[in-house]
Design a protein around this ligand. Sequence first.
Ligand code: ADP
Length: 180
Amino acid sequence: MECISDLWMVIFSPFAKLLFMRIAIYPGSFDPLTNGHLDVVQRAAKLFDQVIVAVAKNEDKRPLFTLKQRYELVKQAVQHLPNVEADMFDGLLVAYVEKRAGQAVIRGLRAVSDFEFEFQMALMNRKLNERIETIFMMPKDTYTFLSSRIVKEIARLGGDVGAFVPVHVQAALAIKLKKI
Ligand code: ADP
């Protein structure tokens, strides 16, 4: 009898694991990924079985890096985290979350200035799909002033962004800005 139940566990447990996995999607432009983004990813990875960092196409934001480049930079930054993967998406976030069987959307909150927009987005996404929860996470206080926009501005003006982004992102910024 015990043998049958052991066999059942061996067959069933990988499916059960998949079925009950808590998956969070962290969407954003990531143009480019900063240490602030990474801080949020690392916090989320402790709470969820799997975190998918989903790079949004967001062409209307006129990104400095192409979708593929932003994705590659994220992929390299999270490769040391076993339960984190990078992906790209276009279109409605809730549709993407459904496609990836996610339960939650992660967003970072730096200051009150982020709140109004994020609050509106979260409520709209809830209207579109009641099942998906938005979870806000605060980064380490030293990253609360950090944004991709500021990093690009400093890099453009020749400043050192080494403290704000991973080394490979710093190198990509230098190459990209030389070409412009
Ligand atoms: P989006 O265009 O979707 O705002 P971003 O790449 O600018 O994309 O940001 C993605 C998410 O990461 C947003 O929720 C944003 O508030 C959050 N975020 C950005 N920078 C930081 C940071 N320094 N610390 C924590 N969260 C951040």
